[in-house]
Design a binder for this molecule. Structure first.
Ligand code: PBG
Length: 330
């Protein structure tokens, strides 16, 4: 072990200059890691910035094409779509209507930006009057009734052009139900990215403003995971893997790097991490106050998520990071 003893060992030798630092660098952030979230809303000619998420916009269907073209031109391979429908009801029927907001966006995007990979967030909270992620019965979510509606939603997404579906509602049995529904309707080639370990997190605050999806009563702790539980995350991931998930997700990312690392080591599926709205807004706010260098902080956070084991990252920083990569700033 002499080798590791000072003065033989001088780790600083490998930090002397950018070239050698590059050669020994273990983790890199690339364009291929990025998935960009997109909010599509009803109406026409609308591009509106989300107040708590500077730089992130809600687009009407006629405006979303240009936004996605820009993302494609930056070299980002995929977007994940979230919808804000014109009318909500108590079951979220917009989610499986051919005239639903996501269906309209899918048809347009598939036609006009065919080389972009389109992922859809599959849930109900943006589409229900009560803001919960399924069908309500006696003040609680009826799990199995919700599965029936989830099946209709994914089949409708697939028919209208989704390349992949990403169920985020944390219903038990959702991956199995969705896999079966897709297969029965001739969509056995459409993969499922399951929000497997999704925690009941305060970091979703800005998203709920953006997507108008805050629950009108109570909270989501009856279906999303307790932030205290690390082992249970593995249970959720294993269940989803056995039900047929192609990709598993950990969400949020930054406060759950241990979970990302566990998942990476425990099973051979690709792992996605969702760098959520609150993680984005905090960095933006700190930057605006002049208290942190937001670009550098964003990069460090995303790098840490990759280092923990994520194969891909859903992040509101996607465009900014892609720009930096393209300019060879990183
Ligand atoms: C549910 C969904 C949520 C997010 C993604 N999908 C909100 C929630 O569970 O309350 C949060 C994403 C973010 O905060 O960026 N449709």
């Amino acid at each position: 072990m002499m080798f590791f003893k000072f003065p033989y060992s001088r780790p600083r030798r490998l930090r002397k200059g950018e070239n050698i630092r590059k050669l020994v660098r273990e983790t890199a952030l690339t364009l291929e890691d990025l998935i960009c979230p997109i909010f599509v809303r009803y109406g026409e000619n609308i591009v509106e910035e989300i107040p708590s998420m500077p730089g992130i916009y809600r687009y009407s269907v006629d405006k979303v094409v240009d936004a996605v073209k820009e993302i494609r031109d930056l070299g980002i391979p995929a977007v994940i779509l979230f919808g804000i429908p014109e009318k909500k009801d108590d079951i979220g029927s917009d989610t499986w209507s051919d005239e639903g907001i996501i269906q309209k966006a899918l048809r347009k995007l598939k036609k006009e930006v065919p080389d972009m990979y389109l992922i859809t967030d599959v849930c109900f909270c943006e589409y229900t009057t009560h803001g919960h992620c399924g069908v309500l019965k006696n003040g609680d979510i009826d799990n199995d009734a919700t599965l029936e509606n989830l099946k209709k939603q994914v089949v409708s997404h697939a028919k209208n052009g989704a390349d992949m579906v990403a169920p985020s509602g944390m219903m038990d049995g959702m991956v199995k139900a969705i896999r079966e529904a897709l297969d029965e309707e001739g969509f056995s080639h459409i993969p499922i990215m399951a929000y497997s370990a999704k925690f009941a997190s305060a970091f979703y605050g800005p998203f709920r403003e953006a997507a108008e999806s805050a629950p009108s009563f109570g909270d989501r702790r009856g279906y999303q995971m307790d932030p205290a539980n690390r082992r249970e995350a593995l249970k959720e991931v294993l269940i989803d893997a056995l039900e047929g998930a192609d990709i598993v997700m950990v969400k949020p990312a930054l406060s759950y790097l241990d979970v990302i690392s566990d998942v990476r080591k425990s099973l051979p599926l690709p792992v996605c991490a969702y760098n959520v709205s609150g993680e984005y807004s905090m960095v933006k706010a700190g930057g605006r106050l002049g208290w942190i260098d937001e670009k550098k902080v964003a990069l460090e956070i995303l790098l840490s998520i990759k280092r923990a084991g994520a194969d891909m990252i859903i992040t509101y920083f996607a465009k900014e990071i892609a720009l930096m990569i393209n300019k060879r700033e990183i």
